[in-house]
Design a protein around this ligand. Structure first.
Ligand code: NAD
Length: 508
């Protein structure tokens, strides 16, 4: 039944898909501030478009209100007022709120997944996976909330006691991207709520509808007014700067590109905010000579092509040992051909969707062109697919790639898998680490000594060893070098939302 339903959905316009939602309350176009759903002052709106649209055909999902610095200022002030009471609530109370949010997301997972498919374009299976992943952060932080304790430390004189209190930092500005419209919000918001912080969220202008649906669920869960505020905006740079420079905002968490991260860091320096930045990556994926090739192929498909290559932990450069290079390449091509299908993510058989916008498509095309001009061979794909839709591009595998090509140094953020040949561990580690960023890295080998050696040498924040999928709520997620700093999720994810206050107790 569901199969037929989803086939039909793929054929109809986005507004019609919305009409089929079981829970119509999830569809919101107003902003959410201080517990109220508000229109922007001049009633300005911007349209959210389905990236899976056919070429030259509009498929507007909805018009949402466009908020600017005036309303963001109001939201920040409301969040500041709410902070004074929310910070005094118990961890158990906040855990219960988060648990309710978790249950509500799971209860509404089908509608929430369809909303992600509409505004982001990923497949329904990927979107459903994202909703569950997103909800798991609320569950995880519900479990962490009652256990935010400080220390008792003996002082140098042997008599005094030092006590540390972990206290919520205050109002947080959460700036989230379009590639995980739900999970990048919950990974930040879950931690903020757990410790008693309040938040003002600016979702990516491409994907504000998922953010607003989460605001609705926060309201339904009984989260007090002012604790969660969500405002869509299309004047991204202006609003980003306003949040970063606002003196009442004590922390900014941003997920997006390294260039924007650098800009926000400069802007935040005027008020010295605490920052968590999760920025671009350029993940190496290494297949050693002793690897299980079939498993490595499967891992490469997950790590490279998930969300059509638009995740920050996507494998960007695939290094294969020269002795197994040809076998890996042909099995990789075969498996991608057999197991993937491009198209509208609401259709049952579809595994991969479009790129998010024109800029992304242009970068993919430019990387392929540059590589081919410099001697790469196209083993699979290679083409823009306007026959499917404006922003669709084939899943593409390139062989004979070299260090002179852009794909060796720049993050493609798209469905291009460049294969590089290597002959020694020393050589591949040098190449893998030869980048300004360091978010994720992957390698395949059964040799336990090599596992530790290589894992310790890779200059990244997260390593997948014999697996192409690493993300879960328990993982400390984050990078090194220009991939940013701070860790999200895991027991470390609370730290960036807390300050430590130290008390010295004089004891005679
Ligand atoms: P981008 O940096 O322009 O946008 C990424 C996000 O940052 C968007 O959500 C956007 O709304 C926001 N943003 C942009 N300018 C801003 C500003 N001045 N102030 C505040 N927020 C701002 O990148 P893009 O072209 O949309 O995406 C492609 C690149 O972004 C990729 O190459 C990748 O490195 C990076 N990216 C990374 C992640 C991630 O998960 N780390 C997610 C999305 C994009």
């Amino acid at each position: 039944m569901l199969k037929i339903f989803r086939r039909q959905l793929a054929a109809v316009s986005s507004p019609q898909v919305l009409k089929e939602f079981k829970n119509q309350e999830l569809i919101r176009t107003k902003g959410y501030v201080n517990g109220n759903w508000i229109e922007s002052s001049e009633r300005k709106t911007f349209s959210v478009n389905n990236p899976a649209r056919a070429t030259k055909k509009e498929d507007k999902i909805a018009d949402v209100y466009a908020f600017d610095t005036k309303e963001f200022g109001d939201a920040i002030e409301a969040a500041e007022v709410a902070f004074h009471s929310f910070k005094k609530t118990t961890g158990r109370y906040r855990a219960d709120l988060l648990q309710k949010l978790y249950s509500l997301m799971i209860k509404n997972e089908d509608d929430l997944a369809k909303l992600i498919v509409l505004e982001n374009g990923k497949s329904y299976a990927d979107a459903l996976g994202e909703v569950r992943y997103a909800a798991s952060f609320f569950q995880w932080f519900a479990e962490e909330a009652p256990r935010v304790d400080g220390d008792v430390i003996s002082s140098a004189n042997g008599a005094n006691r030092i006590i540390t209190l972990k206290q919520p930092i205050g109002v947080c500005g959460l700036l989230t991207p379009w590639n995980f419209p739900a999970a990048m919000i919950t990974r930040k918001l879950g931690a903020a709520i757990a410790v008693g912080c309040t938040s003002v969220i600016k979702p990516a202008s491409e994907t504000p509808l998922s953010a607003l649906s989460i605001a609705h669920l926060a309201e339904e869960a009984g989260i007090p007014p002012g604790v969660v505020n969500v405002l869509p905006a299309n004047k991204t740079a202006e609003v980003g700067q306003f949040i970063c420079e606002h003196p009442l905002v004590k922390k900014v968490s941003f997920t997006g590109s390294t260039n924007v991260g650098k800009l926000l860091m400069k802007q935040s320096s005027t008020t010295l905010k605490k920052l968590t930045f999760e920025l671009g990556g350029n993940a190496p994926f290494i297949v050693f000579e002793d690897a299980d090739i079939d498993k490595a192929v499967q891992g490469a498909i997950t790590a490279k092509f998930r969300s059509s290559g638009q995740t920050c932990v996507c494998a960007n450069r695939i290094f294969v040992h020269e002795t197994i290079y040809d076998e890996f390449a042909s099995k990789f091509v075969q498996k991608v051909k057999e197991t993937t299908q491009l198209g509208n993510g609401l259709q049952e058989s579809i595994t991969h969707g479009p790129l998010i916008h024109e800029r992304s498509l242009a970068k993919v095309q430019q990387h392929i062109k540059d590589a081919v001009e410099k001697g790469a061979k196209v083993l699979l794909g290679g083409n823009h697919r306007p026959d499917i839709g404006e922003f669709f591009h084939d899943l593409t595998i390139l062989s004979d790639c070299t260090q002179e090509m852009d794909v060796a140094h720049e993050e493609t953020f798209g469905p291009v898998a460049p294969l590089f040949k290597f002959s020694s561990e020393e050589e591949v580690l040098k190449l893998a680490n030869n980048t300004e960023v360091g978010l994720a890295g992957y390698f395949y080998s059964p040799d336990i000594s090599k596992v530790f050696r290589v894992a310790e040498e890779l200059n990244v924040g997260m390593v997948g060893v014999n697996t192409g999928g690493i993300s879960e709520a328990a993982l400390p997620f984050g990078g090194v070098k220009e991939s940013g700093f701070g860790r999200e999720g895991s027991k470390y994810g609370l730290a960036d939302y807390l300050t430590i206050k130290s008390l010295v107790i004089g004891v005679e």
